[in-house]
Design a protein around this ligand. Structure first.
Ligand SMILES: Nc1ncnc2c1ncn2[C@@H]1O[C@H](COP(=O)(O)OP(=O)(O)O)[C@@H](O)[C@H]1O
Ligand SMILES: [Mg+2]
Length: 375
């Protein structure tokens, strides 16, 4: 943001924007009038931008020769910037890799909100995040978008304020039953996202705001994307520790399975009360961790199957698949450690989520049917 001291949003658009804004407004009126006459529609009908977007873009393009891609973007912004003056920015309360996060209030109601200022001017990414957040509407345990607007060429997302503690402190104090409640709700949310075609791509404790095992929110859809078969994704994006093996060996055609892998790590982390991979500096070190987890046979089968051509120095030491308990050097509380029956089911599910081959990895849908959740 240009000036963080400025507390009320204005409507200070660039001249380029003003010009297009004016044009869009004019053509919207025309379209509205036309539709009203042709279909004898009620004059108070709500304008559905998607229906007439093409018409407006083609009209403005003919008149201005401004590239259609830019016009689509401008319409998207124009459609979203109405209420910015209704909010007041207060203090900064967080900073992610791709944003600065402020607390704010809704002027009318004095309700505290979160205002996330995106550190990008890539409209494609902004649109993607907004569209995905809109699709998350009413999914329990997923952050809810209140509004989106643009001001001084910066993009702002508005969310309810979730007054939560650092997720790790809370996770490590969950009882066994609380872990189960959390994982069930978490996987239910994930299943709903996947059903809508959304891959989160950055699941990790830092992107979960937690009050309790049932009151938590999956946040940060900054690098989320829609799954399209055969589409290649950028494997560099994401948080190294939580990247799935297929991302680490650079298979670009990945899918929802990467979210299951990172959820498996989150599950293991909560269950074992320990951060599984210690701040590794390089992808190869995580791959070595994975190698020690799944053992030589599975790992070699995986790299042969996907023909990566990578060089893995650790292959010279042959290892057996790890026993999860010793692999994660369990620091869980006594009540968890001694509950063997429950542990067996939990380890089985963690193992299925941390399956190295994405095609054999369990889905969110099937994970929810696992015996671990039966009681
Ligand atoms: N709705 C919210 N309520 C409270 N804190 C939030 C909320 N949304 C984000 N934050 C805080 O801001 C940080 C960054 O937000 P996030 O969406 O993860 O952005 P980034 O993409 O930059 O990582 C979060 O880690 C969290 O501390
Ligand atoms: Mg984040």
């Amino acid at each position: 943001m240009a000036n963080p001291q400025k507390t009320v949003f204005g409507s200070n658009f660039s001249s380029d924007y003003k010009f297009i804004h004016h044009k869009i407004k004019r053509y919207r009126l025309l379209v509205k009038r036309k539709l009203t006459i042709i279909f004898n529609m009620d004059k108070s009908f709500k304008f559905e931008i998607e229906d007439s977007e093409k018409y407006i873009v083609s009209k403005i393009y003919k008149a201005t020769k401004i590239p259609t891609q830019i016009l689509y973007h401008k319409i998207f912004i124009e459609n979203a910037n109405n209420n910015s003056a209704g909010y007041v920015i207060k203090e900064q309360c967080g900073k992610g890799g791709a944003s600065v996060v402020y607390k704010g209030v809704i002027k009318d109601t004095d309700e505290t909100i979160i205002i996330k200022e995106l550190k990008t001017n890539n409209l494609y990414k902004v649109k993607r995040e907004v569209n995905i957040l809109k699709l998350c509407k009413n999914i329990p345990n997923v952050i809810q978008l209140l509004d989106f607007f643009v001001n001084d060429d910066c993009y702002y997302l508005l969310f309810p304020y979730y007054n939560c503690n650092s997720s790790r402190t809370i996770f490590y104090n969950f009882t066994q039953i609380e872990i189960k409640i959390f994982m069930k709700k978490f996987l239910e949310a994930l299943e709903k996202l996947h059903r809508k075609g959304i891959i989160h791509r950055d699941l990790k404790p830092g992107n979960i705001l937690v009050k309790s095992c049932s009151d938590f929110y999956i946040i940060d859809f900054g690098i989320s994307d829609f799954y399209v078969p055969h589409r290649k994704f950028d494997t560099k994006l994401g948080t190294r520790n939580f990247k799935a093996p297929e991302q680490l060996i650079n298979i670009k055609g990945f899918d929802y399975g990467i979210d299951i892998w990172s959820s498996g790590l989150i599950f293991a982390e909560i269950y074992f009360g320990k951060y599984p991979f210690w701040k590794p500096e390089e992808d190869i070190i995580i791959l070595e961790n994975i190698y020690n987890l799944v053992g030589t046979d599975k790992f070699t089968e995986f790299i042969n199957e996907y023909k990566t051509g990578g060089v893995y120095h650790f292959l010279k030491n042959s290892v057996e698949p790890a026993n999860l308990e010793s692999y994660f050097e369990r620091k869980a509380s006594d009540s968890i450690r001694n509950n063997t029956e429950e542990n067996k089911k939990a380890f089985d599910l963690i193992g299925k989520m941390l399956e190295i081959d994405p095609r054999k990895r369990i889905t969110a849908h099937d994970a929810l049917k696992h015996p671990y959740f039966a009681n």
